[in-house]
Structures are given as structure tokens and as C-alpha cells.
Design a protein around this ligand. Structure first.
Ligand code: ADP
Length: 397
């Protein structure tokens, strides 16, 4: 059975066609600049690359081109789009309505629409992707896999903000958590990889990329996760500040004569290690390079990033009354040997011991703790596309 996985942004569309009989990626690609000049599709399959540059005014045209590429006699991997059994869509926000993936129907589309306010950049694009597929492949089921679903298992004490309750009732203001598909996938893999009880294993997943978040889960069910109403809360990220006293917003507004929206834009796009380092970069490799060249602010930014992750691991260990496994994933988590080591150096009190030789790895499943370590620590590459494809298959089978 073949499943197409789609991740639609406002002007982009990423896809993978996965053969679920063996979970192999048959083809993958990207449509860029949808709705703007210079639209381009890059399609990769069988070690060959096809680039098509032609106008894609909407996602509908982008999907048509993807279909064309998939059945292309030279670059394609299927002979008929009817071979696609279902399409799995990454959808950002389901508000408080759905805590599980679901086959798309009119109600689901209404919920996606009602959540435009909560996910203004993503939900409209996600809906366009679904509607484009309905048009291009009538009768083929579409499945919505929500980024917020994993966090819906959090208990009230974890998801409610300490603000007047009426705001939750009126506007659904609560903590949702994001990167949910990644946390679901990696926490599940961690239970297996560490040989833990699938119902009781206590796992902390550190999804450290440009966007970064951390989750605590027991038996794969989320207990707490660091992102909140929006992805701004929690860890220090490439450009996002993470946790902060809201009075900082008021102070910057007053001192700089800016409004709240402008300051929120600064907290989302110009803060994090980019802001802390005095503008060096949002990319952790650049920050590390600057630190190695003696840039003090780059060093502080990196130290602060690591310190915040370590503090969250402590908090989440308390939340679960223990931890069996800690998994590192995403760009920094999978590749940054020094940062993993630095984070774990805070965790001696938990009996964490890292094997330096094992930790000297990138982008593969690997146990990096010693045999004596009280907590199993590992690197587990995330694979959101595969997680979405598995969810899709589960629902349409
Ligand atoms: P996102 O999906 O949120 O855009 P990724 O998970 O792709 O982010 O992670 C991107 C980050 O990973 C970048 O900041 C990049 O510098 C970092 N990264 C990738 N490889 C390395 C490495 N070898 N050492 C340190 N950081 C790395």
C-alpha cells in the first residue's frame, strides 16, 4: 500500500511517497514559491532529480505537478495515481477538538478552518493542501495528523495557564504543545529501543532543532511538553526566546514605542540564540564556530540553550517521578555531539553516564549512555513523514 505524505506551508509543499509494505521512501520532493513568481518543483526518485519550473498560482497546481512527476515515465515511481491508497497531511492545529489523527470529512475541515486563529500561518495552507488533493484524487482518503494531538493527553495541571479561567472557556487559551508527531514517533521508538515497558516507560524526548521542544511521556502518553499556546514557549531556540516574563513584552513596547505584535515578532524571529549572540546566527553550527573563535555572546547563548534543556529535563523527571530514557532528536539533537554531552553533564544526579565513544555519532539510532548509566540516553532520528504515513495507514486499512 502506498501512502503520500504532505506537509503544506503557505508557499511550499513537501511530499514523500512511502511504500508501506516495507516503509521505503519511493520518491520525495518540494514545491517552492507557490503563489509567487519563480515557482519550482524538485522531485527526487531512484537517485535521479527532476526540476520543473512553471507557475503554481495555488496548491492545486502544485499537487497536479506532483502527480505528474510521480507518474512520469522517466522520473516517476508509479504508473497511475490510483496506486496512492491515501494521503496523510501534517496539520498544525486542531484546537481542543481532536486528540487523534482522523480521516478528513467536512467536519474536520470545519475544525481546521475554525483553528485559523490558533495557527494562522499553517492551518490555511494545510486546508488548501487537503482541498487540492480532494480535487486531484477524488475518492482517495485524506488523513489529518495533528501537530497538537500528542499534547492533548496532558493533564489540566499541565495544560492550563494560571490566568482567569474564562479565557480558556472563551478562547481555548491553554498549552497545546507542538512537534507532536515527532514527540509521538521518538517516544515510541525510545520505548522499543531501550526495551522499556510499553505502558509504563518514562521517556523524555529532546527535539532540538531550529525550533526546539521537549516532552515527558509515560507509555507514550504525553505528561507535559514545553511549547504552549504557540511554539514560542519553552526552550531557547534558533530565533525564538522560549520562556520569559510577560512584563518583558510590556517593557520593550514602552521603551521602544512598539506594539505587542511587533514585539511578539521579535520574540519569534529575532530572539533565541540569534538574539542572545548579538546577531551571529540562528544556526547552531555558526554559533558553535563563533564560540570556538572566542565570541563571548555566542558562548553565553549556547550555554543558556544547554542550561534551559537541562532544567526542563530536571522538571520533567520530577513531573514523572523518575525517568527511564532520554532521547535526543532533530538537527541539533541528532548531530551536535558537544551539546548532547554538555546537557548530560548536568544530569549526574540522575545517574546519567555518557559513553564518549558512543556519543561520537550523528543521525543514527544509537545508545550513548554507558551500560551502568541509571538512565538510558540515546540518539533517535525523528521521522515525521513515516509517523504520518503510519497513522494514515492505521486509519484507512
Ligand atoms: P527545523 O526542522 O526546526 O528547521 P532542524 O531539526 O532541521 O530544524 O535543525 C536545524 C538545526 O540543526 C540548525 O540550527 C543546524 O545548525 C543544526 N545542526 C545540524 N547539524 C549540526 C551539527 N553537526 N552540529 C550542530 N548543529 C547542527
Amino acid at each position: 500500500m502506498k501512502v503520500l505524505v504532505l506537509n503544506c506551508g503557505s508557499s511550499s509543499l513537501k511530499y514523500q511517497l512511502i511504500d508501506m509494505d516495507n516503509e521505503n521512501v519511493m520518491a520525495k520532493g518540494l514545491c517552492e514559491r507557490i503563489g509567487i513568481d519563480g515557482s519550482k518543483l524538485t522531485h527526487k526518485a531512484n537517485d535521479k532529480e527532476l526540476v520543473i519550473e512553471q507557475p503554481m498560482p495555488k496548491h492545486t497546481e502544485a499537487i497536479s505537478l506532483v502527480m505528474k512527476a510521480l507518474v512520469d515515465p522517466e522520473y516517476g515511481v508509479i504508473t497511475d495515481t490510483k496506486e496512492i491508497a491515501a494521503v496523510g497531511h501534517r496539520v498544525l492545529h486542531a484546537g481542543t477538538v481532536y486528540s487523534e489523527s482522523i480521516v478528513v470529512n467536512e467536519d474536520v475541515k470545519r475544525v481546521i478552518r475554525e483553528c485559523f486563529d490558533l495557527g494562522p500561518l499553517h492551518n490555511p495552507a494545510n486546508l488548501m493542501g487537503i482541498e487540492a488533493c480532494e480535487e486531484a484524487m477524488p475518492g482517495t482518503p485524506n488523513v489529518a495528523v495533528w501537530d497538537t494531538a500528542f499534547g492533548m493527553a496532558m493533564p489540566e495541571k499541565a495544560y492550563l495557564y494560571a490566568i482567569p479561567h474564562e479565557y480558556y472557556e472563551k478562547y481555548s487559551i491553554r498549552r497545546y504543545g507542538f512537534h507532536g508527531t515527532s514527540h509521538m514517533f521518538v517516544s515510541g521508538e525510545a520505548l522499543k529501543f531501550a526495551g522499556l515497558d510499553p505502558e509504563k516507560g518514562k521517556v523524555i524526548v529532546c527535539h532540538l532543532g531550529n525550533g526546539a521542544s521537549i516532552s515527558a511521556s509515560i507509555g507514550g502518553k504525553c505528561v507535559d511538553t514545553s511549547m504552549g499556546l504557540t511554539p514560542l514557549e519553552g526552550l531557547i531556540m534558533g530565533t525564538r526566546s522560549g520562556d520569559l516574563d510577560p512584563a518583558v513584552v510590556q517593557t520593550i513596547c514602552n521603551k521602544e514605542g512598539k506594539d505587542v505584535n511587533e514585539v511578539l515578532n521579535i520574540l519569534n524571529k529575532k530572539s533565541g540564540v540569534l538574539g542572545m549572540s548579538g546577531g551571529v546566527s540562528s544556526d547552531f553550527r555558526d554559533i558553535e564556530k563563533a564560540r570556538s573563535e572566542g565570541n563571548h555572546l555566542a558562548e553565553v547563548a549556547l550555554d543558556a540553550f544547554i542550561y534551559r534543556v537541562a532544567k526542563y529535563i530536571g522538571a520533567y523527571t520530577a513531573a514523572m517521578n523518575g525517568v527511564d530514557a532520554i532521547a535526543f532528536t532533530a538537527g541539533v539533537g541528532e548531530n551536535d555531539i558537544k551539546s548532547r554531552k554538555a546537557i548530560c553533564s548536568y544530569l549526574g544526579y540522575l545517574g546519567v553516564e555518557i559513553d564518549d565513544e558512543a556519543n561520537n555519532c550523528r543521525g543514527k539510532n544509537q545508545m550513548i549512555s554507558t551500560a551502568d548509566s541509571k538512565v538510558k540516553v540515546m540518539v533517535l532520528p525523528t521521522n515525521e513523514e513515516l509517523a504520518i504515513a503510519r497513522e494514515t495507514l492505521r486509519l484507512v486499512k
